[in-house]
Design a protein around this ligand. Structure first.
Ligand code: GLV
Ligand code: GLV
Length: 323
C-alpha cells in the first residue's frame, strides 16, 4: 500500500511539473504506430536527451529541430543504420545502443527461421489443414537438412557466432564466413574458415546474413551473389533488409536459382502485402521479430534507459557507439 501511495505521489508530482511546463519526460506510448514525424519534430524541441527505436530516422533535420540542448541519444536497437552518425558526431552528441542483450534471442529466431524455410514448415501446415494432405508421399514437401551441410556467415560478429554455436549440434560439417577482413578470434570460437565472397556463395548450403547495414553492405546480396549459389541452397537474413536487392532475390527464388529464403527484415517495413515476394512458396517472411522475446525486450529497454541516464550524468555509458 505504501508503494502504491508513493507511486501516486510521484505521478501527481510529474503532472504538476508538466502543468508548470517543467517537462521531464515525454512519452510516445502508442504501441501500434510509430510517432508521426511531424509530431516528433515538434516534441524534440529543447530536449536534453532522446530515446528512440529503429523506426525513427535521426538525421540533420531532427537534430536541428531538437536544438543545442540535445547531448545524449539512446537507441533501443543494436542496429544503427537509422542514425546519421556523422551529424551526431558533428554536434558532439553521445550515442548509446543495445548490443549483446539481444544476441541469444536473435540467434534463436535465426535458427527457427532457417529450419522453417529449409523444411518448408509454412507450406506443410498449410497443406495439412487445407486438404492437400492426400497420403504419405515419398518426395512430398522434401527440403534440405543441416546434417553434413556447409553454413556460410556473411559478416561475422557476436550474432553470427551465436547462430553457429546453436547450429553445430545439428551436425553441420563446416562453417565458413566472409567479412571485410578475417576475424580470427571470433572465428576460432566456432572453427570457421575465412573465405572470399564468391566462395561463400558457391560453397554454402545455408547462407545467413549477419552484417550491419552500411553504405558498403547496401545491396551486397544481389544477382551476382545469388547466381553463384547452389540451386539447393537456402538464404537467410535477420540483419537489415537493405543488404539485399529484393528484385534480384525474387528472380533467384522464382527461377529456382536458389531453393528458398527466410527473411526477418525487408525494404520497406512493413513490406506491402501485395509485394511479389509474398506470392512465393519458397520465401518465408517475418515482421522483424528477431529480438522479440519478453526477456530480451525488457533487457533492451533497461539498457537503453541506463545508457541515457549515464550519458546525462556525463559518465561512460554501458554500451556506447564510438563515433
Ligand atoms: C533490431 O533489428 C535491432 O537493431 O535491435
Ligand atoms: C516416417 O515416419 C517413417 O516411418 O519413415
Amino acid at each position: 500500500e505504501r508503494e502504491q501511495r508513493e507511486r501516486e505521489r510521484k505521478r501527481r508530482d510529474r503532472e504538476k511539473k508538466r502543468e508548470r511546463g517543467d517537462r521531464q519526460f515525454d512519452l510516445w506510448d502508442s504501441d501500434d504506430v510509430p510517432v508521426p514525424r511531424k509530431e516528433l519534430l515538434q516534441k524534440v524541441k529543447g530536449v536534453d536527451a532522446l530515446v528512440c527505436v529503429l523506426t525513427e530516422k535521426i538525421d540533420a533535420e531532427l537534430l536541428d529541430a531538437a536544438g543545442p540542448n540535445l547531448k545524449v541519444l539512446s537507441t533501443m536497437s543494436v542496429g544503427f543504420d537509422h542514425l546519421s552518425l556523422e551529424e551526431l558526431k558533428k554536434r558532439g552528441i553521445r550515442v548509446g545502443y543495445t548490443p549483446d542483450v539481444l544476441t541469444d534471442s536473435v540467434a534463436e529466431l535465426t535458427v527457427a527461421l532457417l529450419l522453417t524455410t529449409s523444411r518448408r514448415l509454412i507450406e506443410a501446415t498449410h497443406e495439412a489443414k487445407s486438404g492437400g494432405w492426400g497420403t504419405w508421399r515419398t518426395l512430398w514437401l522434401c527440403g534440405y537438412e543441416l546434417a553434413n551441410s556447409t553454413v556460410g556467415i556473411l559478416g561475422l560478429g557476436r550474432i553470427g557466432v551465436a547462430i553457429a554455436e546453436r547450429l553445430k549440434p545439428f551436425k553441420v560439417k563446416k562453417f565458413i564466413y566472409t567479412d571485410v577482413a578475417p576475424r580470427p578470434e571470433l572465428a576460432s570460437l566456432i572453427d570457421a574458415e575465412y573465405v572470399s565472397m564468391d566462395e561463400l556463395a558457391s560453397q554454402s548450403d545455408f547462407l545467413t546474413v549477419c552484417c550491419a547495414l552500411t553504405p558498403e553492405t547496401k545491396d551486397i546480396c544481389n544477382k551476382d551473389l545469388f547466381s553463384k549459389m547452389k540451386n539447393t541452397s537456402i538464404f537467410i537474413n535477420t540483419s537489415r533488409g537493405g543488404v539485399v536487392d529484393q528484385e534480384d532475390l525474387y528472380e533467384a527464388l522464382s527461377s529456382g536459382q536458389i531453393a528458398g529464403a527466410g527473411l526477418d527484415v525487408t525494404v520497406p517495413e512493413p513490406l506491402p502485402t501485395s509485394h511479389p515476394l509474398f506470392t512465393l512458396n519458397n520465401c518465408v517472411i517475418l515482421p522483424h521479430i528477431a529480438s522479440a522475446s519478453y526477456s530480451t525486450r525488457n533487457a533492451m529497454s533497461a539498457l537503453a534507459a541506463n545508457n541515457l541516464l549515464l550519458g546525462l550524468k556525463g559518465q561512460p555509458m554501458i554500451k556506447e557507439l564510438k563515433l
